[in-house]
Design a protein around this ligand. Sequence first.
Ligand SMILES: Nc1nc2c(c(=O)[nH]1)N[C@H]1C(S)=C(S)[C@@H](COP(=O)(O)OP(=O)(O)OC[C@H]3O[C@@H](n4cnc5c(=O)[nH]c(N)nc54)[C@H](O)[C@@H]3O)O[C@H]1N2
Ligand SMILES: Nc1nc2c(c(=O)[nH]1)N[C@H]1C(S)=C(S)[C@@H](COP(=O)(O)OP(=O)(O)OC[C@H]3O[C@@H](n4cnc5c(=O)[nH]c(N)nc54)[C@H](O)[C@@H]3O)O[C@H]1N2
Ligand code: SF4
Ligand SMILES: [Mo]
Length: 704
Amino acid sequence: MPTLHKRTCHICEANCGVIVEMEGRKTLSIRGNPDHVLSRGHICPKATAIADLQDDPDRLRKPLKKVDGAWQEIEWDTAFDEIADKLAKLKSEGKRNALYMGNPNAHDYSVTLTVGMFRRILGLREIYSASTLDQIPHHLSQLLMYGHVSLAAVPDIDRCMNLVILGGNPAASNGSLWTVPDFKKRAKEMQARGGTMTVVDPRRSETAKLADYHHFIKPGTDTALLIAIFKALEAGDMINPDAHQNLSAHLDDGLPKAIKALADFNIKQLSEFCGISEDDIFSIAARLGGDTPSALYGRMGVSVCAFGSLNHWLIQLINIATGNLNRIGGTMFAQPGLDAVSIIGGGSFRMKETRSGPMGIVMNEMSTAGLADDILEPAEDQIRSMFILSGNPILSSPHGRRLDEALESLELLVSVDMYITETSRHADYILPPCGPLEKDHYPIFFGPLSVRNVASYSPATLPMEGDTKADWQIVAGLTTAIAKAFDVDIPNIREPRDSLDAMLQKSPAGLSLADVEAAPDGIDLGALKPCLPDRLCTDDKKIRVAPDILMGDLERFKIALSAQSDMKDSLSLIGRRHVRNNNSWLHNSKRLLKGPDRCTLMIHPDDAATRAIHDGDIVSVKSRVGMVSLAAEISDDVMQGIVSIPHGFGHDRDGVNLSVASAKPGVSINDLTDPALVDPLTGNAVLNGVPVIVEKCENLEAAE
Ligand SMILES: Nc1nc2c(c(=O)[nH]1)N[C@H]1C(S)=C(S)[C@@H](COP(=O)(O)OP(=O)(O)OC[C@H]3O[C@@H](n4cnc5c(=O)[nH]c(N)nc54)[C@H](O)[C@@H]3O)O[C@H]1N2
Ligand SMILES: Nc1nc2c(c(=O)[nH]1)N[C@H]1C(S)=C(S)[C@@H](COP(=O)(O)OP(=O)(O)OC[C@H]3O[C@@H](n4cnc5c(=O)[nH]c(N)nc54)[C@H](O)[C@@H]3O)O[C@H]1N2
Ligand code: SF4
Ligand SMILES: [Mo]
């Protein structure tokens, strides 16, 4: 008899409610849960991948050890002990160890709650993670302005009337740092009640196609657009935090300082720099500064660039200046059932001298763009061994080829992954977790980012089978073995479920895990509510409107603004996400790979014509650090001067046999991205706006 099980999908930040139909251990179907408090029945095609992952015969079931270049299965305890002994030896030789935590960790509460112990045993104050390839500028602006790295103001889309999206594509990504399942329907509802959506993106993205207004922008120039919007608000007498509420009561004295610091900029120059006309800039400002509730939101496109921190500050500044922060229908702070903001410390920021010069370190996150150098460059603190938990940095971080060399050079590499990937192939040990349906799930990071105040917990759908372990048990097993090998006290590792229960009970909503578990559709704690000043984590409960660190960075932007472009024959490379891809994985799922090859170079017809490139031609794309060849897809969805390649492909690397049996391996955009380019305030990689030379391949051959 088939059985039905409700849970939340863990694959992306939307955390949709799903109903899984099982017959024994076999998944018969996965569909949206219409009663789920947040997702209201919505799912995307990736939900079916949960079944493909669970049942994938290529998924590793036992730990692997590399012996003379070949993989051998070994027992868990042997793997833990051997790793611990090797680590103890490296420690005695004074050799540094490191940790990379990949994106899926953000979707696994139990690892999050166990990894602190692991770091302590290893003595790792700092780590590398996907955050510096993604979102660390958000965290810095939130820490400096609101006093907590996780205190994010998200668009209250269900009551918003003007939504302006910079560098985000929620129609494909399902929302990021903004848990908004069913984005498309919510956006259409907003438009149906007379609201508008504006999208600023160098590509006419899936979201741009739904928008009322779309403006192309030159990659990496949003700082100019944002300053210009602020100046246009000023010119139109629309800077008034108190326009709709008494917001000034919650601000420090920073607004006049910000106005002064931006005084020298002129809209004309800014408009020319970003490629958006002055008229369009004034229109965007008028929508944001008008009477109706409005929200300005920025995501990856304005984060993974050289001025990501400035951009996120300016976005907050504009929402504050127009009185839209903390306003119903504007941008609001969520107050979820499990409230990490109330119960976990605010986070840290400091400057550090690194190999690449002075760099901001937020939340003890080292720049992943610098990881290969930190491994390869001879120095006293050179990294010699490494753990990679749920990550594939070879495909996700800049200059993957150099990282290939770096990981191969390590004396010990341990990868916790269920596949032999482009990254784990370099490991000495691969430790595979159980299948996704064998894990419980609580989206602890996403409550504070949700469009409603909610709580939802999913118990494991299936019991674990055989000799398998969840990720947290692997981390716990390693911690215990390493403690023994280091001859230190074995830490008392708490069941993550117990810690989760304690965190829930400590949160202001006062729920217990039992309360939440008893509600398989989730608990709805209501729409977002204005909550200033209580929600602020600054000492004096005031918003720091113009933090010195960010204001100081305006000087760097001024230099960029006045510099001459040296692009000449080059084009500017950006990435793209597709609703059926998920970063570097899920390419084993045949259902998700259906349809035409997605890993193409999207190029504007005029740029193709000047290079005699036709649709489908194989072209070479060359950057400062590397070259790839792939098929061209001619499309006026990209702005002239811009080309786009999705990230996360490149599965036939060096012809090595990986578990990713993809029929459409594609190439890795990160063989082109440049690790020398970062936002120095955070170390965040610059993954868009990379200068590249594109040529038809036969031209190259003729030239050789
Ligand atoms: N050029 C370019 N590069 C990018 C981006 C871009 O837009 N452009 N995006 C960046 C962003 S936003 C991110 S978040 C990073 C992501 O980059 P990574 O942090 O490398 O994460 P993923 O690519 O998601 O890789 C996840 C790995 O974890 C494994 N995995 C999946 N689920 C589990 C699990 O439950 N347990 C374990 N142990 N392993 C699991 C998968 O098999 C896969 O190998 O990529 C970044 N790289
Ligand atoms: N289907 C799917 N969903 C995903 C993922 C996935 O891989 N696939 N990954 C998940 C992860 S880890 C993340 S972090 C989120 C990311 O979520 P989003 O940020 O919503 O997704 P992206 O597709 O990276 O959107 C960035 C947009 O910025 C544009 N852009 C590039 N450069 C610039 C620029 O300089 N300025 C401006 N204004 N725009 C620019 C790009 O063209 C793109 O449309 O998605 C998550 N959801
Ligand atoms: S949008 Fe898709 S992948 Fe993301 S949580 Fe929902 S069903 Fe899962
Ligand atoms: Mo991400």
